[in-house]
Design a protein around this ligand. Structure first.
Ligand SMILES: C[S@@+](CC[C@H](N)C(=O)[O-])C[C@H]1O[C@@H](n2cnc3c(N)ncnc32)[C@H](O)[C@@H]1O
Length: 268
């Protein structure tokens, strides 16, 4: 007999899952059109990279290409970004120097940073990019609920289809601990290309120095690339990609915020 054959067990299980991820999120699982998400957000010839499809991020089979991922994501992230995930995101956004007109959120996930960005800069045009159509579907749902207009795109952060110097600001939140180092570096090269001169990048992610000492936490959250991420330096990556004024500050208990600017050539 499987759990599916036992209605009492199934109800208990749903209750437990509901307590952890919240009733709202559980309802999303039942009501959103997951099949339609792939049809709406995925280009027919979209090629999912092997570093992405081969890993079960957070222990979820198929990783972000499974509707379970976006439905449980917000609950998991609350614990992964202590003591207060929302405050951390606000702290990162407080480091933005100018009033950006065009903002790109790379690896936007369920849009948690995007929504705060849009509320902070209501006049700005915001574009969200992610590989997973399921994460995009939930991000879109959250934005609609708040009546916010955002452009959505499925794509690879390291090879986007945007034009050179299209954006004033790029936000990269909790992405680099989930990409292999060479991909993170390629994403920063892409950010150089996409930013206008003087444009800013804001990176919120795990605190590399702290993570080096808490391998058990990396294992607990089943993060396939975080151990290698922890041994690197986002500051160095930024400088190597040509960013200026790269600066990292620690935030919360195990997070860090890094900012940098694209070089302005005043002699031109
Ligand atoms: C840990 S989540 C972070 C989501 C969101 N930025 C946040 O702050 O909550 C990482 C997200 O990056 C996406 N992702 C991973 N590799 C990517 C890549 N190369 N290009 C675009 N998105 C990527 C995943 O699908 C996932 O939604």
């Amino acid at each position: 007999m499987t759990i599916n054959d036992n209605p009492t067990l199934l109800s208990c299980l749903r209750l437990l899952v509901g307590l952890f991820i919240g009733k709202e999120n559980l309802k999303l699982y039942d009501t959103l059109d997951w099949q339609g998400a792939s049809d709406r957000f995925s280009a027919i010839d979209f090629d999912y990279p092997q570093y992405y499809t081969s890993k079960d991020f957070h222990g979820i089979q198929g990783g972000y290409l499974n509707p379970i991922a976006p439905v449980t994501y917000n609950a998991v992230t609350r614990f992964a970004a202590p003591p207060n995930e929302i405050k951390l995101r606000q702290q990162a956004i407080a480091k933005i120097k100018n009033q950006p007109q065009k903002i790109l959120d790379l690896g936007c996930g369920t849009g948690s940073s995007t929504l705060i960005l849009k509320q902070a800069f209501p006049e700005a045009e915001l574009t969200d990019l992610d590989i997973s159509p399921y994460m995009l579907l939930v991000a879109e749902h959250k934005a609609k609920r708040e009546n916010l207009t955002i452009h959505w795109q499925q794509g690879l952060a390291e090879a986007t289809s945007f034009s050179d110097a299209e954006f004033n600001l790029i936000s990269v939140a909790f992405l680099f601990h989930e990409t292999p180092v060479h991909i993170s570096q390629a994403i920063l090269q892409e950010c150089q290309r996409l930013l206008k001169p003087g444009g800013q990048i804001i990176i919120l992610d795990g605190n590399q120095q702290r993570l080096r000492h808490v391998n058990w936490l990396i294992k607990l959250f089943r993060e396939p690339y975080s151990k290698v991420y922890a041994n690197e330096s986002v500051d160095d990556w930024l400088l190597n990609s040509g960013f200026q004024q790269a600066q990292t500050s620690y935030a919360g208990w195990i997070s860090q915020i890094t900012t940098g600017f694209k070089f302005v050539n005043y002699s031109l």
